[in-house]
Design a protein around this ligand. Sequence first.
Ligand SMILES: Nc1ncnc2c1ncn2[C@@H]1O[C@H](COP(=O)(O)OP(=O)(O)OP(=O)(O)O)[C@@H](O)[C@H]1O
Ligand SMILES: [Mg+2]
Length: 317
Amino acid sequence: MGVEIEVNDLTKSFGKQLIWGDVSLTIPAGEICVMLGPSGTGKSVFLKTLIGLLKPDRGSIIIEGTDIASCSERELYEIRKLFGVLFQDGAMFGSMNLYDNIAFPLREHTKKSESEIRAIVMEKLDLTGLIGTEQKLPGEISGGMRKRAGLARALVLDPEIVLFDEPDSGLDPVRTSFLNQLIVDLNAQIDATFLIVTHDINTARTVPDNIGLLYHKHLAMFGPREMLLSSEEPVVRQFLNAQKIGPIGMSEEKDADELAAESDQELPPLPPIPMQLEPSNGIARRSQREPGAWCREQGITPPPGSFEDNVSMAPGA
Ligand SMILES: Nc1ncnc2c1ncn2[C@@H]1O[C@H](COP(=O)(O)OP(=O)(O)OP(=O)(O)O)[C@@H](O)[C@H]1O
Ligand SMILES: [Mg+2]
């Protein structure tokens, strides 16, 4: 069913360096969230904190009634079984073939027999379109296949929460589209809670139910996709539309002179909000809502042309 993650006033520093502070958000059960932010704003640190690999300075992370930030090692070990994680580089063992890589968590964390393991590994290979490659070493397959193998491995323990750290980095646009479709299809099928860190604006605009943006050591905004895509808040607007005009500069923040020089430049209108990517396998996602539902409820007029089929980015459509 997926589980909710409730984050309250979370703050993390390394020594004197504050990474982000007072982050509060609720990641709803079974939904897909995307976390955005300029490079170095602590997105990977955020994911690592959620699984208890890094301890926050203060704040809480509540999952099924347990606070990850303050629980015992033993409780943490149990809670971690709820998670599947797709690391940035796939994090495969180079000397093991794909089959053994994907079987690894099952051999490590369960007492299943080899025949049970085989059934699960083959099911996940099938799900991620990797049947026939199980004897290959990670070094013998393409980057896109390695990502999918990492995803297969993240899924073997039937996670309630799946964290993706830049699943699309290093992939060409076509493979990114296929991977996005796979993520949406998987969410419909396994109903787990997904949190995706990405730099891909098209992914952020079309895949999630909710979007968050980390900027300048805090969570600038978190909410429904339609909220951020219709937002005029300068940082959100700049980031989600990949614009040069706005407070974010090459080295994170622009100075007063740079901002003053821009002040008489007119911002282009907000682009239309695209349709959300739908599952291709005919299964409806539990959290899927009518296009424009959030805007209607809030009495917000979305940018002209929003939710028309021609702005849908559905691959294969
Ligand atoms: N274990 C650590 N010890 C000290 N500093 C760290 C550690 N891990 C990360 N940092 C620092 O925390 C900051 C945020 O790093 P992080 O990897 O989370 O950024 P990011 O948002 O994921 O960036 P990118 O988009 O480039 O992947 C960086 O300044 C990094 O140097
Ligand atoms: Mg990162």
